[in-house]
Design a protein around this ligand. Structure first.
Ligand code: URA
Length: 216
C-alpha cells in the first residue's frame, strides 16, 4: 500500500511498543494498533489493566505501510521496510526508552536478531514462544544498551485466548522494567561434575527455598 500509517504517542516515554505493519483498520484510521480493531483492542486493554494509557507511550510498526494480503513476509527486502527500520532507529535514538516491547516474531527478529528453527535451519519470523519475556539487548546501531522484551503479537492473542494471561504477564514485565535502564539479569552459575559436598550444599539450599524454577 502507499498509504502511510505514522507512529503515535509521546516521545517523552520510557516504553516503546513495536508491531509489524499496519492492517486494514490501521490504514483506514492512520493509527498503529487502532484501539477499536481486534489487535489494538487487546493491546490497549492490557496496557490499561496494568495502569498505562496508550497515550502515555510510543506505538509504532517496523513498516509504516500495509503489506499485500497483510502478509509481512512480502515486505522483506522492500524499500518500505528498510525506510521503516531506519525511521524506527531514529525515533528510538530520540526517545531513549528503557524498554522496547517487541510485539511478535518479526519485531523480535529485527530488534534482537532472535529467531526459531525449522528442520534445524534458522527461521527468521518464528521462535517467539522460546524467547518471549526475555530481557534482550537491542541490535540497532547506537541502541545496544537498550532492553528489548518480546511477547506474542496482540492479533495472535486475540485468536488464542489462552495466551492472554501470558501476554498480560509480559506486558507487565515490560512496564515494570521500563522504570529503569539496567538489565539486572540474575548471574548464572554452572556447576559441572559437582563434588559430593557441593551436591549436599545444593540439596540443602533447594530444600530451604520457598520457590523453585527450573528448565527440563
Ligand atoms: N498489527 C501490527 O503489527 N501492527 C498494527 O499496527 C496493527 C496490527
Amino acid at each position: 500500500s502507499s498509504i502511510r500509517v505514522p507512529a503515535i504517542g509521546t516521545l517523552d516515554t520510557k516504553l516503546v511498543a513495536v508491531g509489524e505493519a499496519p492492517g486494514e483498520d490501521e490504514e483506514y484510521n492512520k493509527e498503529p494498533f487502532w484501539p477499536n480493531a481486534r489487535a489494538g483492542e487487546k493491546f490497549t486493554n492490557c496496557l490499561g489493566r496494568n495502569g498505562v494509557m496508550r497515550e502515555d507511550i510510543f506505538i509504532t510498526n517496523l513498516c509504516k505501510y500495509r503489506p499485500p494480503q497483510n502478509h509481512f513476509d512480502t515486505l522483506l527486502n522492500s524499500q518500505q521496510l528498510l525506510d521503516g527500520l531506519q525511521e524506527l532507529q531514529q525515533d528510538l535514538l530520540k526517545i531513549k526508552p528503557n524498554v522496547i516491547l517487541a510485539l511478535g516474531n518479526w519485531p523480535m527478529y529485527f530488534l534482537t536478531g532472535k529467531h526459531g528453527y525449522e528442520h534445524g535451519k534458522p527461521k527468521p519470523g518464528s521462535g517467539i514462544t522460546n524467547h518471549r519475556a526475555s530481557i534482550l539487548p537491542c541490535i540497532f546501531k547506537g541502541l545496544e544498551n537498550t532492553k528489548v522484551i518480546p511477547t506474542y503479537h496482540p492479533a495472535h492473542v486475540a485468536r488464542e485466548a489462552k495466551l492472554y494471561p501470558i501476554f498480560d504477564m509480559d506486558i507487565r514485565r515490560a512496564i515494570d522494567d521500563s522504570k529503569f535502564p539496567e538489565f539486572n539479569l540474575e548471574p548464572l552459575t554452572t556447576v559441572i561434575n559437582p563434588t559430593p559436598d557441593e551436591i549436599e550444599r545444593a540439596a540443602y539450599e533447594l530444600l530451604r527455598a520457598p520457590l523453585y524454577s527450573f528448565d527440563i
